[in-house]
Design a protein around this ligand. Structure first.
Ligand code: ADP
Ligand code: GLC
Length: 492
């Protein structure tokens, strides 16, 4: 098969800037595609968080001019670096006004007021960059609403541009909840003419919906698990887009995310107290001890520790946990939580840890090292999401021998097999209803198994640690979708 020139556009990329799983994916998939022999470039914004010195970023010569519609030509700069441990180039779009900020998308719970303008600039700059570099991409792979207008721009503004004549577009939806819905004034920044402002393309309740524009115009759409690709076509999970998605279902694919095992393996994780692997598990006990110490919990091997790491957002089922936490605190268990997000949840979980000092530990904030330590030191990992496009932490948990307790939705359902006591098969504990009762019932089931069926727990840990969700296999599936996208492009 042909080797492809691929431009990956993402608003966050590990290790440079991260708020969630998109960054993990955008940092790992390019390397896996490179390993298959493709020519891959990555583009992201240069926020203050991106450390120029540490990653030795070098400025490209000359500025980048971007047509911002009614704002006229807007200039940015470009920095160049590589993805660590690879030869994949990463380009950073620099613009002090748009990206010279502390955070990526919001501060103090409020989205930046000019997010539409910032990411329209970023998307257009990515296209201009490919011209500047004379990189005639076969595939431009956009991710989420931040870069979703790229497929639309290729079919409108750049439709007759020879540089893009063979460029097909792929849009990955990591989370359908966030669609980039803005007022219709944004049309004046897109600079593509009002003819695209109609219900079949960009219009959504008299506003602009950038993700919808991407879904309509992309040559292929992917989501990050097969189950989520089904779910988003139904009213429960569609956030208003099912009709559009169903109309374009012929080019919709569900591809499960992989894990970067260089980052997330207990055998070589530099953040954890002691390394271990499936054949030598004693290090896990040390990790548990250190975790208990970190949270000032009694150091006890005989009590199950349940970990939670994630954005404190409704999506993650935090209201279910909040509802059941008092009942849970009556059991002989310890819970540790790392997260930041909704103010009520930050306050609520801090309050619980003040009341139950010897049972509940919380750290409100973002800390990568602690995320690794919770994966390694916990016995169970809780992820009761209301919806979950893929979810990475439950897959990391499998690798760390930490048993996931999950709601059977999206990628959680695709990656975790339910415990079957008749033959000790499975890799975790699953529940179906998004109800506090179902959550509590399943946590009790897991804890009861922990106390009364040690053999089953040992077997489940073993089953999970033997699973492999590598990017190598996943990248091959993306490769197949890229070829499909090229065919779609040539037919249309
Ligand atoms: P989502 O992208 O919806 O947030 P994922 O499970 O795909 O969910 O990915 C979340 C990623 O972000 C994981 O790598 C997780 O460890 C990390 N993460 C989330 N919250 C925090 C936090 N407070 N501190 C450190 N890492 C976090
Ligand atoms: C999103 C989803 C999460 C997924 C991640 C990476 O943020 O919420 O489920 O794992 O993107 O694709």
């Amino acid at each position: 098969m042909d080797k492809l020139k691929i431009l990956i556009v993402a608003s966050e990329v590990v290790p440079f800037a991260k708020t969630g799983g998109l960054a993990d994916v955008a940092g790992a998939l390019p390397k896996a595609l490179r390993a298959l022999g493709h020519d891959v470039l990555v583009v992201m914004p240069r926020y203050y968080m991106v450390d120029k010195q540490k990653y030795n970023l070098q400025a490209l010569e000359g500025a980048l001019g971007v047509d911002m519609g009614r704002n006229g030509e807007t200039w940015g700069l470009v920095l160049e670096g590589v993805l660590p441990n690879s030869d994949v180039p990463v380009y950073f779009i620099e613009h002090e006004g748009y990206f010279g900020r502390k955070e990526l998308y919001d501060e103090g719970g409020y989205g930046y007021i000019d997010n539409a303008e910032r990411f329209i600039f970023f998307s257009k700059a990515a296209l201009q960059l490919s011209k500047k570099l004379h990189f005639q991409a076969d595939i431009i792979h956009a991710n989420d609403w931040h870069s979703a207008i790229i497929p639309l721009l290729l079919n409108t503004k750049y439709a007759n541009d020879p540089h893009f004549k063979d460029t097909a577009s792929v849009l990955t939806i990591h989370n359908l909840q966030h669609q980039g819905r803005f007022s219709k004034d944004v049309m004046e920044l897109l600079g593509i003419g009002w003819e695209s402002f109609n219900t079949y393309e960009l219009e959504d309740f008299d506003g602009v919906n950038l993700l919808k524009g991407g879904v309509v115009h992309a040559d292929a759409i992917t989501t990050v698990s097969p189950k989520y690709a089904q779910e988003i076509r139904t009213p429960e999970f569609d956030w208003g887009l099912k009709d559009v998605l169903n109309a374009h279902a012929h080019k919709l694919y569900g591809i499960l995310n992989g894990v970067d095992y260089e980052e997330w393996s207990p055998c070589n994780d530099p953040f954890i107290a002691k390394n271990y692997d499936v054949d030598a598990m004693s290090g896990k006990k040390v990790c548990k001890e250190e975790l208990q110490k970190f949270f000032n919990l009694p150091v006890r091997e005989d009590v199950p520790v349940i970990g939670f790491v994630g954005r404190l957002a409704d999506q993650k089922g935090i209201s279910l946990i909040a509802h059941e936490i008092w009942k849970l605190m009556r059991l002989d268990v310890q819970v540790v939580l790392l997260g930041a997000g909704e103010k009520w949840a930050e306050g609520f979980f801090s309050h619980v840890s003040e009341i139950y000092k010897d049972k509940f530990g919380s750290y409100i904030g973002y800390r990568n090292d602690l995320a690794h330590q919770i994966e390694a030191g916990s016995d169970f990992f809780l992820m009761p999401s209301l919806f979950e496009p893929c979810g990475l932490n439950q897959i990391y948990s499998l690798s760390y021998g930490t048993l996931p307790i999950v709601r059977a939705t999206g990628g959680l359902d695709d990656t975790i097999e339910n415990f079957d006591a008749s033959n000790n098969s499975g890799t975790g504990f699953k529940f179906y209803d998004a109800s506090p009762e179902a959550l509590y019932g399943t946590i009790s089931w897991a804890i009861d198994t922990w106390y009364n069926n040690k053999d089953a727990i040992r077997q489940l840990v073993h089953n999970g640690m033997k699973k492999h969700f590598g990017w190598d296999d996943t990248a091959k599936i993306y490769e197949g979708v890229y070829y499909q996208a090229q065919q779609h492009r040539h037919k249309n």
